[in-house]
Design a protein around this ligand. Structure first.
Ligand SMILES: Cc1cc2nc3c(=O)[nH]c(=O)nc-3n(C[C@H](O)[C@H](O)[C@H](O)COP(=O)(O)OP(=O)(O)OC[C@H]3O[C@@H](n4cnc5c(N)ncnc54)[C@H](O)[C@@H]3O)c2cc1C
Length: 402
């Protein structure tokens, strides 16, 4: 914990929010010698999350030396269910994702940021402004000033709005609850994930196993103009009942923002929005941990290069293009879940495409092409020259001009 009295008040960069996006940015900047202040207002309240870290997400973390426990619960098998119909199942040769305890991941990320040399402060940014060419951030113990401001406060974060930058308006409302793993489900969910289509209209349900713990949740794709759905809790309970579960306690919920169009303004001058604050989660499943971490690193590299337009460019050319195709795919899946469940049942080998995607081997555009070719078995046409968001395609190397 920092001694506020002795704390510096002027930094190279201030990062608001220390989830995956903010932590990755803090580590990258601090390791390069920048003076970084990272503010987080969560006070240890864990983020509601399925804790499913895609394999491409884990790969993209290699530079942070991820601990072994992050890969302790691999997903090799995927079950696709539909209410009242037999499920489809597919076992892949290699894991597509890893199931992690989200609170533990966030604690580890925050420690990494501190180890790298960032000053981490448990405080909420209450306001931001400009003062003598610097950003000024207000909060308990503040104000603090910095040349660069990275807004990583998650969905609906204060700074994205104040900066006049975009947040995604294609949104999932999601509810999740963790509970002891029932003995009956343990063998089914060992190294496996279950996704149910068609039960939650316009969304899906999931059951993820982490040894003794079952993570159960639903995600519902909100129409852009709608508010939060009243019946989400009821849908969660109905989903649990379909799995023969009667969870006690209250599920926790939050919004997952994804891009609603092909271009989002994520940077301007010396400020940028990262991760959920920018609305960078994937529009098919609402996966956002990997996307947040990569955006944090990209933005930090752009800061180190002295030019945040590099971050804007990298996000535009890779992630937002992928998400554009993913959005089309999501529309199709959630409007016609029975078709996708039927495809999975009759051609379970096609589920490998989902694994390929989660491993970063193909992009959503490739899946789309393959579906259009009627899952012919010929496989997607891959464009190996495409830059991948997950392998940090920032063109210029950092030159430490913070
Ligand atoms: C129910 C649910 C299930 C999900 N499941 C998955 C999943 O299985 N896999 C996956 O990849 N993604 C999942 N997601 C999405 C994923 O959680 C997010 O995309 C990801 O956490 C985004 O990371 P972030 O760093 O941008 O923001 P966050 O993780 O939201 O972190 C933001 C941080 O900033 C802090 N903060 C906010 N405002 C301020 C402020 N003013 N001052 C200081 N601090 C502030 C917050 O307290 C928080 O600690 C799920 C989301 C939900 C809601």
């Amino acid at each position: 914990m920092l001694n506020l009295g002795a704390m510096e008040r002027v930094f190279d960069a201030i990062i608001v929010g220390l989830g995956p996006a903010g932590a990755a940015a803090a580590v990258e900047l601090a390791r390069s010698g920048a003076r970084v202040l990272a503010l987080d207002g969560s006070r240890g309240r864990g983020k509601p999350c399925g804790g499913c870290l895609s394999a491409r997400g884990l790969d993209a973390m290699t530079w942070m030396e991820p601990p072994a426990w992050l890969s302790a619960h691999p997903v090799r098998r995927l079950w696709i269910g539909y209410p009242g119909r037999p499920g489809a199942s597919y076992l892949s040769q290699r894991p597509g994702a890893y199931l992690v305890e989200r609170a533990r991941l966030d604690r580890w990320l925050a420690r990494r940021a501190e180890q790298a040399g960032a000053q981490v402060l448990c405080a909420r940014a209450r306001d931001i402004g400009r003062e003598q060419g610097l950003w000024r951030v207000e909060g308990a113990g503040g104000p603090w000033r910095a040349k660069w401001l990275l807004a990583a406060g998650g969905a609906g974060g204060l700074t994205a709005r104040r900066l006049g930058l975009d947040g995604g308006r294609w949104r999932f409302a999601a509810l999740v609850q963790e509970m002891p793993m029932p003995a009956r489900l343990r063998p089914v969910l060992s190294e496996a994930a279950f996704l149910e289509l068609g039960g939650v209209t316009g969304g899906y349900g999931w059951a993820f196993g982490r040894g003794e713990t079952l993570n159960l949740g639903i995600a519902w794709l909100m129409d852009r103009d709608q508010g939060c759905p009243g019946g989400l809790r009821r849908r969660f309970e109905a989903f649990a009942h379909r799995l023969g579960l009667n969870p006690s306690g209250t599920p926790r919920g939050a919004i997952i923002p994804c891009p609603h169009r092909r271009r989002l303004k994520v940077a301007q001058g010396r400020a940028a929005v990262l991760g959920d604050a920018a609305g960078l989660a994937d529009p098919v499943l609402g996966e956002g941990i990997a996307q947040a971490m990569v955006s944090g690193r990209l933005a930090a590299q752009a800061v180190l290069a002295g030019d945040l337009s590099l971050y804007q460019h990298a996000v535009d050319e890779t992630l937002l293009t992928d998400h554009h195709h993913a959005r089309l795919l999501a529309r199709l899946i959630y409007r016609m879940p029975q078709v996708f469940h039927g495809l999975a049942r009759h051609r379970p080998g096609g589920i490998e495409l989902g694994f390929n995607w989660l491993r970063g081997e193909i992009a959503p555009g490739d899946i789309w092409l393959c579906l259009l070719r009627g899952l012919s078995g010929r496989g997607p046409r891959l464009d190996s020259s495409r830059a991948s968001y997950y392998s940090s395609p920032l063109v210029h190397r950092p030159n430490r001009r913070v």
